[in-house]
Design a protein around this ligand. Structure first.
Ligand code: LMR
Length: 397
C-alpha cells in the first residue's frame, strides 16, 4: 500500500473552523473566525462596483483564451499604482514588475518559490503572532522560517523594541515578512515613525523586505495604508509585495491577487520578471481571467473607481463602529478587564486576549466561533449578534 502510512492532518485553524461552524446545528451560532466582511445584516454581498464591472465584462468579452503567464500588463500597472502611488519614483524608474496571482496566498507562494529557486535567501523572519498560513506557505517552498517578537500582551500594543531585538539576530540576506497594514491577527500596526525606523533598519542590515498587503483600505484609507511600503521603497531598493483583492474588492472566491517585485533598476527588473514567470508556470501555468478583469475594469474607470473607494470606506467605517460598540457594550456589562485597546486596532481583526480555554468555552457553550489565538473577526460583528457575543464573553472571563 502507498498511503497506509499517511497520518491525518489537523484541521486548518481558520478555514477548518468554518467547516465546524457549518456543521453546528444551533440556530444562534456566530462565526467570527474567518476574515470575511459582513454587512450589518450579516451578508457578504458582491460590491456594487464589481457588479457593474461584471456587466461591462459580460457584454464586451470575446474570448476565453489564455492570459499571459503573469497576467495582463494593464492589471500589473494598476496594481503597482495602487501600491506605490501615481508619483512614485519606483514607477518613474520602471523598476517594479507584477505577476497576477491566485489571491494573496498565491502571491506569497510564487514569491517564496522565486526566492528559493533563485537562491536569493534561505530564511524568512515572520512576526509572532501571524496569519496561521504564513509558516506553511514559506515552509512548503523550502524556506526556513524564524519568528520575531511583535505583540506585547501587557500593553496590547506593538513590542517595537522586542521586534528590533529579534530582527537584530537576522543575518545579512535574510528576508523579513511584514504586514503592510491591519496586522493579522493583532490589528496593531507600526506608527509612521516606526515604519521609517524599520525601513532604515532593514536597509542598513541588508534584510530583504517582503510585504503581505491583504487589507489595503481597511486601516486608514487606500493610500494611507500603503505608507509602510512607500516608506520602505525609499530606503530599500529591493522589495516584494503580495497584494490581495479578496477583502477590499470582496472577491474572496475569485482568488485574485498579485506579486510585485521591486528591483534596483529596469534591466534587473526584466531578469527578475523572467524568473517570476517560471515560478508561475511551474505552479499554475497562467492565471484565471475573471477577477483580474473586474479589478482592471473598476480601477481604470474613474466613476467605478470612485464607487469602489466609497464602498471600501463603508466597510472600514462599519468595522470601526463595531469596535467602538463592542468595547462600550463590554463596559456596560460591568466587565472589569480593560478592553479599550480593541478600538485602537486596525483592520478586520481584534486580538481579544481571550485564552484558548475561553475560546473553547465560547464555542462549546455558546456556539461562538473565534480563532484559537483569541482573534475575533470584528468584520463579522453586527448589531444583532453583538449582545449575545458580549454576554458570552462576560460569562467565560
Ligand atoms: C483570515 O485570516 O481569516 C483570512 O485571511 C482568510 C484565510 O484564508 O485564512
Amino acid at each position: 500500500m502507498f498511503f497506509d502510512k499517511i497520518v491525518a492532518a489537523p484541521a486548518d485553524p481558520i478555514l477548518g473552523l468554518t467547516e465546524e461552524f457549518k456543521k453546528d446545528t444551533r440556530p444562534n451560532k456566530i462565526n467570527l473566525g474567518v476574515g470575511i466582511y459582513k454587512t450589518n445584516e450579516g451578508n457578504t454581498p458582491v460590491l456594487k462596483c464589481v457588479k457593474k464591472a461584471e456587466e461591462i465584462i459580460l457584454k464586451n468579452e470575446t474570448t476565453k483564451s489564455y492570459l499571459p503567464i503573469v497576467g495582463t500588463p494593464e492589471y500589473g500597472a494598476l496594481v503597482r499604482e495602487l501600491v506605490f502611488g501615481k508619483d512614485s519614483e519606483v514607477l518613474a524608474a520602471n523598476r517594479a514588475r507584477t505577476a497576477q496571482a491566485p489571491g494573496g496566498t498565491g502571491a506569497l507562494r510564487i514569491g517564496a518559490d522565486f526566492l528559493k529557486q533563485q537562491n536569493v535567501t534561505t530564511k524568512i523572519w515572520i512576526s509572532d503572532p501571524t496569519w496561521a498560513n504564513h509558516f506553511q506557505v514559506f515552509g512548503a517552498a523550502g524556506i526556513e522560517t524564524a519568528k520575531y517578537r511583535y505583540y506585547d500582551k501587557n500593553t496590547h500594543g506593538l513590542d517595537f523594541e522586542g521586534m528590533k531585538a529579534s530582527l537584530a539576530e537576522a543575518k545579512e540576506g535574510d528576508a523579513v515578512l511584514l504586514h503592510a497594514c491591519c496586522h493579522n491577527p493583532t490589528g496593531i500596526d507600526p506608527t509612521k515613525e516606526q515604519w521609517e525606523e524599520l525601513a532604515k533598519f532593514c536597509a542598513e542590515r541588508k534584510l530583504l523586505p517582503f510585504f503581505d498587503f491583504a487589507y489595503q483600505g481597511f486601516g486608514n484609507g487606500i493610500d494611507e495604508d500603503a505608507f509602510g511600503i512607500r516608506t520602505f521603497v525609499k530606503y530599500n531598493q529591493e522589495v516584494l509585495i503580495a497584494s490581495s483583492f479578496s477583502k477590499n474588492f470582496g472577491l474572496y472566491n475569485e482568488r485574485i491577487g498579485a506579486l510585485t517585485i521591486v528591483s534596483a533598476d529596469n534591466e534587473t527588473a526584466d531578469r527578475v520578471f523572467s524568473q517570476m514567470k517560471i515560478s508561475v508556470r511551474s505552479n499554475f501555468s497562467n492565471p484565471p481571467a475573471h477577477g483580474a478583469l473586474i479589478v482592471t475594469t473598476v480601477l481604470s474607470d474613474p466613476e467605478l473607481r470612485a464607487m469602489w473607494a466609497e464602498e471600501v470606506k463603508e466597510m472600514r467605517d462599519r468595522i470601526k463602529e463595531m469596535r467602538e460598540l463592542f468595547v462600550s457594550k463590554l463596559v456596560a456589562l460591568g466587565v472589569k478587564h480593560d478592553f479599550s485597546f480593541i478600538s485602537k486596532q486596525y483592520g478586520m481583526f481584534s486580538f481579544s486576549g481571550l485564552s484558548k480555554e475561553q475560546v473553547a468555552k465560547l464555542k462549546e457553550e455558546f456556539g461562538i466561533y473565534i480563532v484559537g489565538s483569541g482573534r475575533i473577526s470584528v468584520a463579522g460583528i453586527t448589531t444583532s449578534n453583538i449582545d449575545p457575543l458580549c454576554k458570552a464573553i462576560v460569562a467565560v472571563l
